[in-house]
Design a protein around this ligand. Structure first.
Ligand code: SF4
Ligand code: SF4
Ligand SMILES: [Zn+2]
Length: 278
C-alpha cells in the first residue's frame, strides 16, 4: 500500500491510498468513526427555581426549549480531548467517581435576553478545556429567563453514541482516470463549463486536465461532450479518503489513533490464531 497525504490541517485530512482496495480504507474509516474515543457531555444538572442577578432582579429557570433538548445540544459539542491523559471512567483509578483523568465539568450561567453559545460553558479547572468552537448556538433566552447548569463530560466511543465520534464528516471514493482525445476536440469548452469541480482548463489550443484529483466522477463532462472525446473511469486502485473532525481531536491525531487501534485489533487476532496452533 502507498499513501499520499494531500491535505492535513487542524481539522481536515485528505489521504490517497494506492495499491490497496476499499476494504482497507473502509476499515480505517470505520475505526475513525466508531473506535477512536472522544469526550462528550453525558449528564447535565439544572438549577431549578428562581435565580437572582447582582441587582436583585429575579429570573425564572426556564427557556423556550425542554431541558432534555438543551442537554442533547450540549452533548454534541466538541470537548477538547487529550487522549494521552484521559481514560474512560470505568477504567480510571478513581473507579468511576470522576476525577481530572476521566471527567471534565462545565458550568453555564446565563440570563436573558441573550443567545447562549457553546463559548458560555466555563470549564471548572484548566482554561484549555474550553469548548473548541465558541459559536455553536444552544438556546435563545427571553427577558426573565435564565439557565444555570453543570455539565459533565466523559470519554467513550462512537460505538456507544454518535456524540462520542470525533468525526463529523468522512467518506472515500475511487480516484478518476480522465482522458481527452485532443485530436477530435473542437475546443468549445463545454466540459469546462459543466464540470462542478473545475478539473479542466484551457491552455492555448488544448483542454488540459489540470486537477484530476478533484473529479467526483459525476460524468457531466462525458454527457456534455458532443464529440465523445472525454472518457472518465474509476481507478479502483487509488482511493481517496477525506474526513473532517469536530475539533475535539486533531485530524492528524485521529488517523494515527485509528491505525494504532487497528494494529492492536489485528495483534489480538494474530495471538488468538497462534494459540489455536498449539
Ligand atoms: S466538451 Fe469535448 S469537444 Fe468540447 S472542449 Fe471539452 S473535450 Fe473538447
Ligand atoms: S466527471 Fe464530473 S467532476 Fe469529473 S471531470 Fe467530469 S464533470 Fe468534472
Ligand atoms: Zn477518574
Amino acid at each position: 500500500m502507498n499513501t499520499e497525504i494531500q491535505e492535513m490541517t487542524a481539522n481536515r485530512g485528505r489521504i490517497v491510498f494506492s495499491e490497496t482496495d476499499a476494504s482497507i480504507v473502509n476499515a480505517i474509516r470505520r475505526t475513525m468513526i466508531a473506535d477512536v474515543p472522544k469526550m462528550a457531555i453525558e449528564s447535565v444538572e439544572y438549577h431549578m427555581g428562581a435565580i437572582m442577578d447582582d441587582q436583585g432582579k429575579e429570573y425564572e429557570s426556564v427557556s423556550p426549549l425542554f431541558d432534555e433538548m438543551i442537554a442533547h445540544r450540549l452533548g454534541m459539542l466538541p470537548i477538547p480531548t487529550d487522549l494521552d491523559v484521559l481514560v474512560p471512567r470505568e477504567k480510571c483509578s478513581c473507579e468511576g467517581e470522576g476525577c481530572p483523568n476521566c471527567t471534565i465539568m462545565y458550568s453555564i450561567n446565563k440570563k436573558g435576553p441573550c443567545t447562549v453559545y457553546s463559548g458560555d460553558l466555563e470549564p471548572l479547572g484548566d482554561a484549555k478545556l474550553r469548548i473548541k468552537d465558541d459559536l455553536v448556538p444552544i438556546v435563545k433566552l427571553k427577558d426573565g429567563q435564565a439557565i444555570l447548569a453543570y455539565a459533565t463530560a466523559q470519554l467513550s466511543t462512537g460505538r456507544e453514541h454518535a456524540k462520542y465520534s470525533p468525526v463529523c464528516g468522512i467518506g472515500y471514493r475511487y480516484s478518476a482516470n480522465i482522458r481527452i482525445d485532443s485530436a477530435r476536440c473542437d475546443l468549445d469548452e463545454a466540459c469546462i463549463e459543466v464540470c462542478p469541480k473545475d478539473v479542466f482548463v484551457r491552455e492555448g489550443k488544448k483542454i488540459v486536465i489540470k486537477h484530476p484529483e478533484r473529479c467526483n466522477l459525476c460524468m457531466a463532462c462525458v454527457e456534455r461532450c458532443e464529440l465523445d472525446c472525454i472518457t472518465v473511469e474509476e481507478d479502483r486502485s487509488r482511493i481517496i479518503l477525506k474526513y473532517e473532525t469536530d475539533g475535539a481531536i486533531g485530524a492528524k491525531d485521529l488517523v494515527i489513533r485509528s491505525l494504532k487501534i487497528l494494529e492492536e485489533k489485528f495483534d489480538g487476532f494474530r495471538e488468538m490464531i497462534s494459540s489455536l496452533e498449539g
